[in-house]
Design a protein around this ligand. Sequence first.
Ligand code: ADP
Length: 456
Amino acid sequence: MRLGTRIQLYITLMTVVIVICVNMLVYFLFKHYALESELNQLENRSINIMEEIKASENQTNAEIMNHGYILSDGYISVVNQDDIAIVKFATDVSYNNMEQDYQPNQYKKTIEYKGHYFAMVSLPIVWKDGEVTNLQLFENVDFKYESFQILKWILMGSTLFVLLLIFYINNIIARVITEPILNLIQRIKETKDTKAYQPVEIQKNDSYELKVLSRAFNDMMYKLRAHDEKQQAFIMNASHELKTPITVISSYSQMLKRFGKKDEKTLDESIHAIHDEAQKMKYLTEQLLYFAQLTESKTERHLEYVNVACIVYEMVERMSKVYPQTLNVHNHMQQGEIWLDVPSFKQLLHIFMDNAHKYGKTRIDMTLTETHTHVFLSITDDGIGIPEEEIPHIFTRFYRVDKARSRKTGGSGLGLSIAREITTQLNIKIKVESQVNKGTTFTLIIPKGGPNETIH
Ligand code: ADP
């Protein structure tokens, strides 16, 4: 159901319920008080009659009848304890026998008799023979019921009128509310049809809510656009990275096809080159997959309370067998137990140690220090260093300071961007210090309490 229709329907329904309730209350209150006043008047009159009868020593039927004339349209009777009317007087013959059964107490009510409405009062009085009887007075109140009927029609008519009026007004209100929203939808549709990720125009006379909605939509558009561009660049870079080894492999296989089988030297060279390029492709695809996994799944990490120095020693032990450089650990920590996601931390160490190995010369130093809240782990090499102006870019995907050298060392250009992603997720900060031809130091600032602890 449309928003406008819903608003119109709900408000109309609510108003109708309220109007009906109020009208019913008015009707029943009016009816109650109108009849009550009629009954009170009749009660007063019957008390007067009773007083007069009491005062006259020998009350007669004629006296009672005289009083009956006081009633313009009604019936008066005296009913004994056997429910027999010993005296009765009616202004109309059809009212005869209307009397009610004897009751010892005084009461008043309205009754319906032969299609007419009557107000009636019954009073216990002592009759001339000493017997207690009921003096019953009935007065025709048809005129009151007629006015109730008129009131009922007036109220029903006014309810219908209010209903139509409210329905019409609501229609206008719903249109005023929904029109700007429909306009915005129209603008969004036009945006979608014309150019992708085009923001909608915010107009001066737009309502506050509409401006907020448009701004939120535009923000989403900008984010989607940036995400799309990033994705596009990533695909372009990845395919570019894969293109080079594929070209090399394809050229060598061509060469093998032509001369390889006969020429021992070409055969040897081609096999080596193809193997090297295949290795690079394997490394690159592994890195790409790891990066995709890392950015896709930002799931809960499994934290362990471990000694960070032990992990560093373990990694150094393992890498010293593969790297030609000397690896040294300088542990200045007293304790060293911290909350860590061990597999991700090892991956991080691997990236920095691998870079120190690729771009370093003779030695790699791992230094561990601590403060009350954090552990500082520095990985220092004595290699080519990074020019100061390049440092801000090295964490960008596929960025390399020296393309040629990086290719030679087998780098993918993804290592540091993976490191940035991991450190963001683990709430670890990276500090870079470097001097060209002297060396580079990457320092990891690790919160002792795990990823949820903030760095000050
Ligand atoms: P790669 O796989 O090419 O090493 P990274 O993302 O790990 O990619 O590093 C990005 C670039 O940063 C490298 O290509 C290199 O130019 C530079 N770099 C990273 N670490 C070092 C280092 N320890 N010494 C000198 N240059 C470095």
